[in-house]
Write a protein of this length. Structure first.
Length: 224
């Protein structure tokens, strides 16, 4: 069995949000990355480079890949684990939920406003600016380190979470919310049924399934 990390849930996202200072560029970029990863069910290879000198605009998200509309944000994907030769383009819509802490569009707009004067359209999407107005690349290791530090401050075991926790959490929440599995598969850019190992099925859903089986058995055996 794969060593699966725990999923990030909406409730946990709200708890993480309470620990951040979104008037600071680093926290704003971190938070935007969290919500884009959750709602978009992104792989880490899309979101963040391994090192600052490994930023690849043809693979990781850049600011040009984000288009803001009145209804939300549209993210364009031209490369992924399943798109190796640019044979197709995937567009991922993220909602606009005004006034809500878990609004991805609001988080993206807030993060981008810190770096708009220092970046170009081909700059890494989630870069950030320090107090000296120096632009930095947000890379994967510092992102996960910050995530685990926040989780530890919430009394959780940080070793149980990683970048994939957002992808798993977003897929599981979509499934629990009634989004069809095939649509989740398309949104998360899964080509195979490996999506099944990502979905966390709550006990209520399992009980509902068991009750459905029970009713079906009784209908087939009405004189039991």
């Amino acid at each position: 069995m794969p060593n699966q990390k725990q999923p990030i849930t909406p409730d946990l996202l709200l708890r993480l949000h309470s620990k951040l200072d979104l008037t600071a560029s680093l926290d704003a970029s971190f938070w935007a990355t969290c919500l884009v990863a959750f709602y978009g069910m992104f792989r880490k290879s899309h979101l963040l480079p391994s090192a600052a000198n490994q930023v690849n605009p043809s693979k990781q998200l850049t600011k040009a890949d984000f288009k803001i509309f009145s209804w939300g944000t549209l993210i364009t994907i031209r490369w992924s684990k399943t798109i190796q030769f640019r044979e197709r383009v995937v567009e991922i819509p993220l909602p606009y939920i005004p006034g809500f802490a878990l609004c991805p569009t609001t988080a993206i707009i807030n993060a981008f406003r810190f770096t708009s004067s220092f970046s170009t359209k081909t700059s890494q999407a989630f870069n950030w600016v320090d107090d000296s107005r120096v632009l930095h690349t947000l890379t994967y290791s510092p992102f996960v380190s910050k995530l685990r530090l926040l989780l530890s401050s919430l009394g959780l075991d940080p070793k149980l979470y990683a970048g994939h926790s957002f992808r798993r959490g977003g897929a599981s929440f979509a499934y629990q919310s009634g989004v069809p599995r095939e649509l989740i598969k398309a949104l998360g850019d899964w080509r195979s049924d490996t999506i099944l190992i990502y979905l966390t099925m709550p006990l209520t859903v399992r009980l509902h399934s068991a009750n459905m089986l029970c009713k079906a058995i009784l209908l087939r055996n009405p004189h039991h």
